[in-house]
Design a protein around this ligand. Structure first.
Ligand code: ASP
Length: 316
């Protein structure tokens, strides 16, 4: 049986105009490193679930991305992270929201799935659970990143939130040509045909009131079902929540018999566009078909499969 790993590092206004040769090199290396860490497990016969956790953990450790170490700052100057994971073989899922000082949020989401008896834990309760499980905790300084800090300083005295992707055409968001990208995700199909999906993010710069986006919400930002597909989303979370994006792709396959590609296109390039939602997703099905789909200028993305195909790309 073949196996496939697909990853993203955020969608948005990713164009050559905001990149340079050095940044392209850094992003390429970061995405390749994540692909290699997940693929190494699939190659040894490992599960799609473990490959997704490995790939996302690598991206969380890389300050280029808005997840884990590179998480953006909240209105209070903190780093609050969201993550979710789903196992397509049994529809088990785990998620955490608004959690601080966790080195690898995706690993905590997996712990929640396996050991908590719950699906979604939030805030200090999730941290208490993490400590009980012996997870690696990290001090605030670990999450300090000058670029993210400067992004926040620009708008901390306003009530604007800044989506990591793009600020200039989103209602209620401040324009900022320096916006950066970076929610991360992975989907995989292993040699047994089992699917898994995961997503991890710092959310939005200057977010208030415990704002949570789509990333930790099963069905919106993440979904996996062996009978249909595994999906991880990135984009303007409020729209992805309302459109229940990841589950909608699965539903179009399950109830309407659409192919993976057509289901992704219908949701991202038609339904979401009509609502005004910007972003994209990565997808894989149990036959190893994969898709990158976005309605924004670009998406940091990559894939590697057992047919020897390997790809890293940014632009549309
Ligand atoms: N979807 C994430 C959120 O709204 C952000 C992102 O994808 O960058 O929290």
């Amino acid at each position: 049986m073949s196996f496939t790993l697909v990853i993203h590092g955020g969608a948005g206004n990713v164009t050559p105009a905001i990149m340079n040769a050095d940044l392209e090199k850094q992003y390429t290396a970061g995405l390749k490193e994540a692909l290699d860490s997940g693929y190494a497990l699939l190659e040894k016969g490992g599960s799609s679930l473990d490959a997704v956790v490995a790939a996302i953990s690598t991206l969380e450790d890389n300050p280029l991305f808005n997840a884990g170490r590179g998480a953006v700052f909240t209105k209070k100057g903190l780093n609050e992270m969201d993550a979710s994971i789903m196992d397509g073989s049994n529809l088990a899922a785990g998620a955490i929201a608004g959690v601080r000082n966790i080195k690898n949020p995706i690993q905590l989401a997996k712990e929640v799935m396996i050991h908590s008896g719950h699906v979604l834990l939030s805030g200090s309760g999730a941290v208490e659970f993490a400590i009980n499980q012996g997870m690696t905790m990290t001090p605030d300084e670990y999450f300090f990143n000058q670029l993210r800090y400067d992004q926040w300083v620009d708008i901390r005295d306003t009530n604007y939130t800044q989506l990591d992707h793009k600020g200039d055409n989103l209602k209620g968001h401040v324009p900022n040509p320096e916006y950066k990208f970076g929610t991360v995700g992975a989907v995989a199909c292993d040699a047994k045909g089992n699917l898994a999906a995961g997503t991890s993010t710092g959310g939005m710069t200057n977010k208030r009131f415990g704002r949570i986006g789509d990333s930790p919400i099963v069905g919106a930002g993440t979904y996996a079902n062996n009978n249909t597909c595994a999906i991880s989303c990135t984009g303007h979370g409020e729209y992805f929540l309302r459109a229940v994006v990841a589950y909608d792709v699965s539903c179009l396959m399950e109830y309407k018999g659409l192919s993976l590609h057509d289901a992704c296109n219908t949701v991202i390039k038609d339904k979401l566009v009509k609502m005004g939602g910007e972003g994209g997703l990565i997808a894989v099905d149990a036959k190893g078909n994969f898709d990158f789909c976005f309605n924004s200028a670009g998406m940091y993305r990559g894939m590697r499969n057992s047919e020897g195909k390997e790809e890293v790309a940014f632009y549309g």
